[in-house]
Design a protein around this ligand. Structure first.
Ligand code: 0RA
Length: 646
């Protein structure tokens, strides 16, 4: 029995269920993961999932999501509407049971195949418990019903408020500020990314997102519509839109194998990165699992067989490994599993054994057909695989050099590193600084007890476009590996990261606050995202935020991080102040850099988080492409969402 099932059984008793709602408020992280930005957005996904389920059951076509002016959220669908009749056992309306009893979720509809589900699958009652206020409106049987709640408790019994021709359910909730203490402000891009993802994963559904807090030039609310007719093949196209495709079409399939609905879409591009994304019941299975291993097995087996039969591998002097078949591959795998077993650290790894063969078979059939029907594409793909194998051999040599350097302790650290004296990694910070001169200032300004400085020379390698062995041969990248104490590659997995000897628990990217600086920061971030991803996932990677302005009047000095702040300071000083705009870190002296950017007491560090795997992948390929404007636009829009670190 899964945890969720246990929870449902537990809460079947109404008295215990009441305790359940209080328990959610007492231990919210147990239900929604955390009470930060992620948990806040999770509330929305939890509500939407009910509407998605209604759509998957064939009763709903449209879902409207509103971010209201006060940061409350409204989700409306045109499904059957949550039943409002009396629930015999509980003695209250079914609606009230769904809204106030933990785990009551889809209990009414035993026949419906509940496949959608938030990561924690806890249901809308959980959202209710964590909301200051929630209003549910049901359009059903020609009538409109309403009920409101405060912190999960019904304010009055369900009431009839009018007639309607519509059908559906509408939920508006205001997250409780006493629970979500960090912020209750919703990020449009985060919600948009998830809704877009859901529309690709559940083709045919139309989802609208409206942001009532922001208007365009004509005064209309910012708004987007997400709808996919093709599903995953369109998703792959979207994801790879800034990469150059190797073959003309997307290879895709959709069907059922051994009773398991399987959908796969894949495309090869000219890059060297492997981008596999997998889903179970609309949940991103970030840690992979049986469906992903089934995909890999099907892919390798089929391509190997084809290559052997076609004679393309004749006279090859080196072996071909599984990795080689996935270089430059972008693929999305989506399965629907009735009773998913989630394992792994973040419970995003599928454990169900039976899924592996289902996906493997589906992939073999799909690929075999494709290769036979498109012999030119087949040849192009196999040639790419051979090149990958060749490069891998070169990479192994380069990697071994990085390893060797890491293992040596005396004199093993890069010469450019100014290390700190503290040795407990948890206390230690390293600043990756662009350029030697800024590096010098940082070295003078730092607290050498716990802050290390590693200057990086100019533009570091764009790993998005470089072959793997070039990455490991790169001087700056080798320095980062050795300075951080991170090694890569084990016997079983050439890409596995070893963080057991990590020397700093805060890695701070410190670049100029201009376009060039953000480009360099993005290059470094891309490196972390592709080659040291676990560092990001474990929350070790931060971005420093140097000020843009120094405002001076007489003896008074204040710093500003944006134009509004600058104007406010000038006003406060009574006008006619001198404004210095910092063009780079180099214009600051050591003391100024310490005061504004490095001193833990006053600085703002932005912690780098990945809130949507697929979107992060797309954004990095976009950012590292050749066009500057979308990159700049993106960075400017996203730099507002700062995570304060004390
Ligand atoms: C169970 C039964 C029925 C509808 C729903 C659940 C339902 C729940 C939600 C939550 C958000 N939107 C929803 N839409 C529908 C109705 C069963 C029937 O009418 O026979």
């Amino acid at each position: 029995m899964s945890d969720i099932e246990k929870k449902q059984q537990y809460s079947a008793d109404s008295i215990q269920a009441l305790e359940g709602m209080e328990h959610v408020r007492m231990r919210p992280s147990m239900y929604i993961g955390d009470v930060g930005v992620r948990g806040l957005h999770h509330l929305v996904y939890e509500v939407i999932d009910n509407s998605i389920d209604e759509a998957l059951a064939g009763h709903c076509n449209n879902i409207d999501v509103y971010i209201n002016e006060d940061n409350s959220i409204t989700v409306r669908d045109d499904g059957r509407g949550i039943p409002v009749d009396m629930h015999k056992k509980e003695g209250v309306s079914a609606l009230e049971v769904v809204m106030t009893k933990i785990g009551a979720g889809g209990k009414f509809d035993k026949d419906s195949y509940k496949v959608s589900g938030g990561l924690h699958g806890v249901g809308v009652s959980c959202v209710n418990a964590l909301s200051d206020h929630l209003k549910a409106t049901v359009f059903r049987n020609g009538q409109i019903y309403e009920q409101e709640y405060e912190k999960g408790k019904a304010s009055y019994p369900v009431k009839l408020i009018g007639d309607t021709e519509k059908r559906g359910t509408e939920v508006t909730f205001t997250p409780d500020k006493s629970i979500f203490q960090q912020t209750t402000e919703y990020n449009y891009d985060t919600l948009a990314a998830r809704l877009r993802e859901l529309s690709y994963l559940n083709k045919g559904i139309t989802i609208h997102l409206t942001d009532k807090r922001h208007q365009d030039d004509e005064g209309n609310d910012v708004k987007e519509t997400f709808h996919s007719t093709e599903g995953l093949s369109e998703f792959v196209g979207y994801l790879d839109s800034t990469r150059e495709q190797l073959t003309a079409g997307v290879i895709s399939m959709e069907g059922e194998k051994n009773g398991i609905p399987v959908e796969v879409a894949m495309v090869y591009n000219t890059s060297y990165a492997e981008n596999l994304h997998s889903y179970v019941n609309n949940i991103n299975t970030h840690e992979g699992g049986t469906h992903l291993s089934g995909f890999r097995r099907g892919l390798t087996g089929t391509l190997k067989k084809y290559a052997d039969n076609s004679g393309l591998l004749k006279n090859l002097k080196f072996d071909i490994a599984g990795d080689d078949f996935r270089e430059g591959l972008t693929a999305i795998i989506s399965v629907k599993v009735a009773e998913p077993q989630f394992e792994g650290q973040t419970k995003t790894k599928l454990g169900n054994r039976e899924v592996s063969a289902a996906v493997s078979q589906a992939v073999s059939e799909m690929l075999t057909d494709y290769l036979e029907e498109n012999p030119n594409d087949a040849k192009t793909i196999i040639q790419k695989v051979i090149l990958a194998a060749q490069a891998r051999h070169a990479a192994r040599k380069a990697r071994e050099m990085v390893q060797r350097k890491t293992v040596m302790s005396i004199g093993g650290l890069p010469g450019k590193l100014s290390d700190c004296s503290e040795t407990d990694p948890e206390q230690c910070e390293i600043f990756l600084v662009e350029g030697d001169s800024a590096g010098g200032t940082a070295k003078q300004g730092r607290d050498r007890n716990f802050q290390a400085i590693l200057p990086l020379r100019g533009k570091i390698l764009n790993v998005e476009k470089a072959m793997v062995h070039k990455v490991f041969e790169n001087e700056e990248i080798k320095n980062m590996f050795t300075a951080l104490g991170v090694t890569i590659g084990t016997e079983e997995d050439s890409k596995a990261l070893n963080l057991s000897k990590l020397r700093y628990h805060k890695v701070v990217i410190m670049c100029d606050a201009d376009v060039d600086g953000s480009h360099i920061a993005t290059l470094i971030l891309t490196f972390f995202f592709r080659f040291m991803r676990e560092m990001v996932e474990q929350g070790y990677v931060y971005i420093a935020t140097p000020p843009l302005y120094l405002v001076k009047k007489g003896q008074k000095r204040e710093y500003a991080w944006d134009d509004d702040q600058r104007d406010l300071i000038v006003q406060k000083m009574g006008g006619s102040a001198t404004i210095q705009r910092y063009k780079g870190l180099g214009e600051m002296n050591a003391e100024q850099l310490w005061d504004t950017t490095m001193n833990p007491e006053f600085r703002t560090l932005r912690q780098v988080v990945i809130d949507n795997d697929v979107e992060a992948d797309r954004v990095f390929s976009m950012l590292m492409g050749d066009e500057v404007p979308p990159r700049r636009d993106f960075i400017e829009r996203n730099s507002k969402y700062a995570n304060i670190d004390a």
